[in-house]
Design a binder for this molecule. Structure first.
Ligand SMILES: C[S@@+](CC[C@H](N)C(=O)[O-])C[C@H]1O[C@@H](n2cnc3c(N)ncnc32)[C@H](O)[C@@H]1O
Length: 645
């Protein structure tokens, strides 16, 4: 289990690290750093003016201002922290103005910088937006104006950098902006005050002097503004080139060190940024595979997947979308219920639950029986309505195969792997308790819940049995519709069962896909192509891997040319893959539907609908094979028997 999996709470980052994060956080941080640098310079300029612009003292103030700004920006020298990816030019992008650059190497203590910024608020921007003013303000008060001794400055620079009290790290961005504005205002006031030297009356010459000083001041301000803009551009540009993959030594050191989730999360973002703009942001000649390898390592650790599954899932998505998928798997899907229309109507059920204080909404336009439960003061699996069978707690995705199957009244329907019965009972409801639903499941144990649900929901047209689905055609056949909600790896329901992340290896997928292929052939063979109303088979899984979905359906199409894919009737979801990793599937695979937690806010799911066109299969030698199960075979055998008699 990876760090992220163990600790779903977002990770507070040290300021030092926050500085490097792409996007909103980085922008805010950069804004803050620029504010601080500008404020420091302005304060230095103010100090300079205060001393009449007489060189040395102002220089000391400016240097101190720059030092404070740099410290606030986490600027440091010395060896990079072990195993941290180095960011080229990261320091220079937030550097103070030129006249202070000479001291850049001296102002670094760096030992405790991580203490500065670990925000309590976690991985949001709150703490980032807070902690600039106190340092800058205290700087303004603390710095002696007459310290221009280089030696002393050097010594000062070796001192422990002043740390901001943690209590001061809790402000917000607005405060920050206000204070920047406030700084400028007080600067103006201060400056105006300085003109009233000695309380002398204002003379024309004074006015000229003041005017010249104001002009000089304006020029200085404009220069500062230009520098700020240049600096901002430099930061953006710098960031583009900053990230470098860790060296082998750094990776080794990282493996020996305690896990650092924040660092890994940061690197995931950086690598994705590089991969998304590889030509511009790659590090020298490093190939894409180096970045992918690092990304996989980091994501396995951060999200807690084994290498095999990580590889498999990364094949499905762009790296950015893969992260969305992994993130969505860390969040529970909304609780949803299906109204049992054998006993009530959705409106009545909703009213009854609302009367109990339940906060709910319809799931969406695509279903007339689903409700999303946002919160409930009572356990939703123990209300009187639940006990009375007015609803089934059922994932929204689990409605989809039944919607696609669309069983009709008086039909004969097979649910080949039915336990615990969410789909069986939905079929029965759509069929208004008419016809027959054969609810089969190989597991006797799981069938107990199936039977219980059938009873609770008042299903009267179901027959429960426990065959291995692979032998079903030899047991019973001639179904109008067959649902195969196949046993699968569960990669679509990781938010419900995180053990999938680590407990599925190649042998599981091999075993499962073999079983799925055998089951789908059985499901096809159990359907009657001559059904006046049906002849349909729906194959579904709660997995997102291609092996268990498109590849299984493609296999079925190749082995059973008497079926074809048809529209599922689901007007959302993504089209299935028609090719994957160099392998082309039949173009009709686009008719299958994929659902993802990050895209559809429901469990990952796959739905394919097949129509059986004939009960016979034409063999290579042009003879016809009639597999057991369709019902036709029995008739033919009967005919043969009659002939023989
Ligand atoms: C995804 S679950 C079915 C969920 C069910 N359709 C529902 O909606 O409640 C897969 C089921 O397949 C059953 N199963 C596994 N191997 C089987 C086999 N060879 N034949 C029939 N059922 C099998 C499992 O016992 C499990 O209950």
């Amino acid at each position: 289990m990876g760090g992220r999996a163990k600790n779903k709470q977002d990770v507070p980052l040290p300021l030092e690290l926050e500085k490097r994060i792409d996007g909103k956080v980085t922008k805010k941080l950069n804004d803050r750093l620029r504010h601080e640098a500008a404020r420091a310079r302005k304060q230095a300029a103010a100090a300079k003016r205060q001393t009449g612009g007489r060189g040395a003292p102002a220089k000391g103030a400016a240097k101190a201002a720059a030092e404070t700004a740099d410290k606030a920006a986490g600027k440091r020298k010395g060896p990079a922290q072990s195993a941290l990816p180095r960011k080229k030019a990261a320091v220079t992008t937030t550097a103070p103005p030129k006249d202070e650059d000479e001291d850049e190497d001296e102002d670094d203590d760096g030992s405790d910088d991580h203490d500065m910024g670990a925000p309590d608020g976690g991985w949001d921007n709150a703490a980032l937006e807070s902690d600039s003013e106190p340092g800058a303000d205290s700087f303004g008060e603390e710095e002696p104006s007459d310290d221009d001794d280089e030696g002393e400055e050097d010594n000062d620079s070796d001192k422990e950098p002043a740390r901001m009290p943690l209590s001061l790290l809790d402000g917000d961005d607005d405060d920050d902006d206000d204070d920047v504005g406030g700084g400028i205002e007080s600067y103006d006031e201060f400056d105006t005050g300085s003109d009233d030297d000695g309380g002398e009356g204002v003379t024309f010459r004074d006015m000229e002097k003041r005017s010249r000083r104001l002009d000089a001041q304006r020029e200085e301000d404009e220069e500062l503004a230009r520098m700020e803009i240049d600096e901002a551009a430099e930061v953006v540009e710098g960031e583009r080139e900053l990230f470098a993959l860790p060296s082998a030594e750094q990776i080794a050191a990282e493996q020996d060190a305690p896990p650092d989730l924040a660092q890994v999360q940061l690197r995931i973002q950086e690598v994705i940024r590089v991969l998304n703009n590889f030509a511009q942001l790659r590090d020298g000649g490093r190939p894409r595979s180096d970045y992918m390898d690092q990304l996989k390592r980091d994501m396995c650790f951060y999200y807690g997947y084994n290498d095999y599954l990580m590889d498999k899932l990364l094949q499905l998505f762009t790296v950015s979308e893969a992260v969305e998928f992994f993130e969505a798997n860390e969040v529970a899907r909304p609780v949803t219920v299906r109204t049992n229309t054998l006993k009530t109507r959705r409106r009545e059920l909703a009213q009854a639950l609302i009367n109990r204080g339940v906060n709910l909404d319809p799931i969406g336009k695509w279903t007339k029986v689903g409700l999303t439960i946002f919160d409930s003061p009572v356990p939703i699996g123990a209300t009187p309505e639940y006990m009375a069978g007015h609803y089934m707690i059922q994932a929204a995705s689990s409605f989809l195969p039944v919607v696609a199957l669309a069983p009709q009244e008086n039909e004969k329907v097979l649910d080949m792997s039915a336990a615990p019965g969410g789909k069986t009972t939905y079929c029965a409801a759509l069929m208004k308790n008419t016809g027959l639903v054969v609810a089969n499941d190989a597991s006797r144990q799981r069938s107990k819940a199936l039977v219980a649900n059938i009873h609770r929901l008042g299903v009267a047209n179901a027959l429960v049995c426990n065959y291995d689905g692979r032998e079903f055609p030899t047991v019973m056949g001639g179904f109008d519709r067959v649902l195969l909600d196949a046993p699968c790896s569960g990669t679509g329901v990781i938010s419900k069962d995180a053990s999938v992340k680590t407990n599925k290896g190649p042998e599981d997928f091999e075993m499962l896909t073999r079983l799925q292929k055998e089951l789908i052939l059985s499901a096809i063979d159990s359907a009657n192509a001559d059904s006046p109303t049906g002849g349909f088979i729906v194959y579904s899984t709660c997995s997102v891997t291609v092996d268990e979905n498109e590849a299984v359906v493609a296999f079925a199409l190749s082995k059973r040319p008497n079926v074809r894919l048809v529209e599922t009737g689901l007007d959302f979801g993504r089209a299935g893959f028609t090719s994957f990793r160099g392998k082309a599937f039949h173009h009709s695979l686009a008719l299958t539907r994929r659902f993802y937690p990050h895209a559809h806010n429901m469990d990952g799911f796959f739905v394919a609908k097949l129509q059986k066109l004939s009960n016979k299969i034409q063999a290579a030698d042009n003879s016809f094979v009639v597999p057991a199960g369709s019902g036709v075979q029995l008739k033919q055998q009967g005919k043969k028997k009659k002939k023989a008699q």
